[in-house]
Design a protein around this ligand. Structure first.
Ligand code: UDP
Length: 316
């Protein structure tokens, strides 16, 4: 059976990445069940799919019992606050959706004999002491710090996914998503890309935390979605890093955003948040070898598209 007509559940489907996944699977002819409680997701991200007969939106908190009639072929668990500011505002929902939400979605996959894909994160590596980060690195996470609610929930989510895989023989995939950006990020979500773009297009000062010497590597959403699709279609059951290995300091990144947006902003320095990882860059050897995947979009080009989108959608 080709993927056409297959039925897929995407939790967090009204979020940034979830909604792009909904688009992709609708294009491919699947029946998409988009599940979201809308605490950080936004219906505007999926409004264009509303009238499609293959699209169904279900407003539901996936940390609570979930039932769906009929066959399900794929379950993708993408629901979670994902910005440090959001998971500070929603610490308990973040823990619950990573822990209970993973349990519930794995239960659904088991019941329906569906393939399961967990959206994990580079945060499982914490403030890494190994650089760049390979999948074999166990991480350096503060369990009781402010980011612990996200990091530990995702680490638990990986553990329970592997347990369902090994014990219940569920067909599982785990993607470790590194910093990703693009259209449909919330302009107020507090992450560095929307913050700097918002500040630059309003000629406000760009707020660099610390001295801006910490590094990140930014992947455009379309590259990330392609990596996820390849992982889903592969038979790789161990976690795979998907991200862009081009690494920038946050100060370099601030200058780049100003260049690309022709901003006249200043840069100001603010305190570094607690446990902010000092460096982050994915080692993508594994994805290159087993998924034949590597990112294609240059940061300047992706930023240009993102800035254009934010300018058009600033009122959202
Ligand atoms: N950051 C910054 N200014 C901002 C927002 C974030 O300097 O206005 C920094 C933040 O301290 C971190 C990096 O940018 O070092 C990326 O932060 P983000 O919140 O995007 O996500 P993280 O990669 O930390 O999960």
């Amino acid at each position: 059976m080709s993927d056409k007509k297959k039925r897929i559940v995407i939790t967090g489907g009204a979020g940034f990445l979830g909604s792009h996944l909904c688009d992709r699977f609708i294009q491919d002819g699947l029946k998409v069940f988009c599940v979201d409680n809308l605490i950080t997701g936004n219906l505007d991200n999926v409004r264009h799919l509303w009238k499609d007969k293959n699209f169904e939106f279900i407003k539901h908190d996936i940390s609570k019992e979930f039932r769906l009639g009929g066959h399900v072929h794929y379950v993708l668990h993408f629901a979670s606050p994902a910005s440090p500011v959001d998971y500070l505002n929603y610490p308990i929902p973040t823990l619950k959706v990573g822990a209970l939400g993973s349990h519930i979605t794995l239960g659904l996959a088991k019941l329906k004999k569906a393939r399961y894909l967990l959206a994990s994160t580079s945060e499982v590596y914490g403030d890494p002491e190994e650089h760049p980060q390979k999948e074999s690195y166990w991480g350096h996470v503060n369990p009781i710090g402010p980011r612990g609610v996200y990091d530990e929930a995702k680490r638990f989510a990986e553990a329970i996914t592997m347990a369902y895989h090994r014990y219940h023989k569920i067909d599982t995939r785990i993607v470790r998503i590194f910093n990703t950006y693009g259209p449909r990020m919330r302009i107020q979500d507090g992450r560095v890309v929307p913050n700097f773009i918002y500040q630059a297009i309003h000629n406000k000062p760009l707020t660099v935390y610390g001295r801006g010497a910490q590094t990140r590597s930014f992947c455009y959403y379309s590259d990330l979605i392609e990596g996820i699709i390849r992982l889903l279609r592969s038979n790789v059951t161990m976690p795979v890093n998907i991200g862009n290995p081009d690494e920038f300091t946050i100060l370099e990144f601030a200058r780049l955003v100003m260049d690309v947006s022709h901003a006249k902003s200043k840069i100001i320095f603010k305190p570094l948040p607690v446990d902010d990882p000092k460096q982050r860059r994915p080692d993508i050897t594994f994805a290159k070898k087993y998924l034949k995947w590597s990112p294609q979009v240059k940061l300047e080009d992706g930023l240009q598209e993102t800035i254009r989108w934010f300018k058009q959608n600033i009122a959202r």
